[in-house]
Design a protein around this ligand. Structure first.
Ligand code: SF4
Ligand code: SF4
Ligand code: SF4
Length: 239
């Protein structure tokens, strides 16, 4: 039936969200097997269409098709490619294509569930005062093995593998041990410059990093725009 919007299970782990109009078809796939539960997509979805739920002890994401606009921001930001948007059967992201979103500068990290995209610059602050040797939910939940226990049961951190997803901090908070691990995101890495001020990109920076980082980005773009304008004026004035 057309128009149609809804979800079909391709199999137990792969969910297909679909929007079909007379002349347009988009499909948003969500693969539970790939999802690391970082919540990036939930944090940045402009329609607040994604939520996390649990069935038989397994956590996964659900998209509310009454809210979803098929913008593809979840696909853009997902470090594990668990969300993938197809338009007319082709993997596509219109916001990327019209340069409203930049090309992320990605380092590939080997994760527990496969390859992950690292594009966040940040740091981990670890204070072991409240940590006990038997406590390791952060180690179990870390999707990249960036946190491990050595033979003496000491917490070992390999920050090169950290994608700054925040899962460890959330696990720690669940135990009421706030402050053992703090995940600080400093900025999102991308290539080149965006042509114009981009509302979707600014929102992503605000939600995943901070308002201050977004303001910094806006300021640097304003400076860049002003200097381009001055250069253009001088080009016209000078012989
Ligand atoms: S496609 Fe856009 S609106 Fe839909 S769930 Fe993803 S981010 Fe949200
Ligand atoms: S961004 Fe990707 S990996 Fe993270 S919760 Fe969303 S779907 Fe899962
Ligand atoms: S933020 Fe925490 S859970 Fe995520 S990769 Fe880094 S150490 Fe692992």
């Amino acid at each position: 039936m057309i128009p149609y919007k809804g979800m079909k299970k391709v199999d137990d782990n792969l969910h297909k969200y679909e929007l079909r109009l007379l002349t347009y078809k988009s499909e948003l796939y969500y693969d539970m097997n790939k999802c690391i539960g970082c919540l990036f997509c939930i944090q940045v979805c402009p329609k607040e269409a994604i939520s996390r739920t649990e069935e038989k002890g397994i956590e996964f994401n659900v998209v509310d098709m009454e809210k979803c606009s098929m913008c593809g921001i979840c696909d853009f930001i997902c470090p594990s490619n668990a969300f993938q948007l197809f338009i007319e059967g082709k993997r596509q992201n219109l916001l990327r294509e019209n340069n409203s979103l930049p090309e992320l500068k990605v380092t590939e990290i080997e994760g527990k569930k496969g390859k992950l995209r690292k594009f966040v610059e940040g740091r981990l602050e670890i204070d072991l005062t409240n940590w006990t040797e038997d406590c390791k939910p952060c180690v179990d939940a870390c999707p990249t093995d960036c946190l491990t226990l050595n033979e003496n049961n000491e917490l070992v951190v390999n920050e090169e593998k950290c994608i700054y997803c925040g899962t460890c901090e959330r696990e720690c908070e669940k135990l009421g041990k706030e402050g053992v691990i703090k995940v600080i995101r400093k900025r999102l890495l991308y290539k080149g410059t965006l042509d114009e001020f981009s509302a979707p990109w600014n929102e992503i920076i605000k939600k995943l990093v901070s308002f201050e980082e977004m303001a910094k980005e806006l300021k640097s773009k304003a400076t860049l725009e002003a200097s381009t304008r001055v250069k253009t004026i001088y080009k016209h004035l000078l012989p």
